[in-house]
Design a protein around this ligand. Structure first.
Ligand SMILES: [Zn+2]
Length: 212
């Protein structure tokens, strides 16, 4: 496309020149240099596009945010309850922290690891009445994380799936015992596969969240 206008230049000039014009003028050096760069001009856009594509890919990679050290998207709603160890009915104690959110807020893998257990509403397990939809995620170092009360699971995941830190694994809900509309993520951390510990010191709470 660049070649055509440039090739027209000498032709146009020739047509506009008086018939009596000296031949030297029609072939003046001012016209010849304009033709010389053509190969570069033709090649130029290809290289430029290639470089632009590479630059764009790099920019996209650099702009992709690092995974949160937090199990949930902090917007549109995020209230972190420091309620690990609180008493619960039947002599139970609260084994995690509750992150209050909106229905459907995204839930993320806290580490690279494997989904090692799934409870599904309606699966008939006794624990599911309390937990609702639940994932357990186990990291290679033995620590495992529990995500309960999910409204839904991310597609194409099952027990045995490997996930990476920050990967979407589900959505906040109120399944199990929270009560209708009490949307929150119940989140547990079990170092070395043992007893639960307070998750809060292990999290980097996003600034959009409020801690209670
Ligand atoms: Zn809870």
């Amino acid at each position: 496309m660049l070649r055509s206008p440039l090739l027209l230049v000498p032709l146009t000039l020739s047509l506009m020149l008086p018939v009596s014009a000296p031949a030297a003028l029609a072939e003046s050096p001012a016209v010849a240099p304009a033709l010389a760069p053509l190969p570069e001009l033709v090649a130029g856009p290809v290289d430029t596009m290639s470089e632009a594509a590479t630059a764009t890919a790099t920019a996209v990679r650099l702009q992709k945010p690092a995974p949160l050290n937090f199990p949930m998207a902090p917007t549109p709603r995020c209230y972190v309850l420091d309620n690990f160890g609180d008493p619960r009915s039947g002599g139970r104690i609260h084994q995690g922290a509750d992150l209050l959110a909106s229905l459907g807020q995204e839930v993320y893998a806290m580490a690279d690891g494997t989904l090692t257990f799934q409870a599904k509403v309606g699966d008939g397990r006794s624990g599911t009445a309390l937990s609702g939809n639940l994932w357990r995620l186990t990291a290679p170092n033995g620590i495992y994380y529990v995500y309960a009360h999910l409204s839904a699971f991310a597609p194409n995941l099952a027990v045995g799936s490997t996930v990476y830190k920050g990967q979407l694994i589900g959505y906040v809900g109120d399944t199990g015992n929270p009560g209708p509309g009490n949307y929150h993520l119940h989140f547990e951390v079990h170092p070395n596969g043992g007893a639960a510990v307070n998750p809060l010191p292990l999290l980097t709470v996003p600034r959009e969240c409020t801690v209670y």
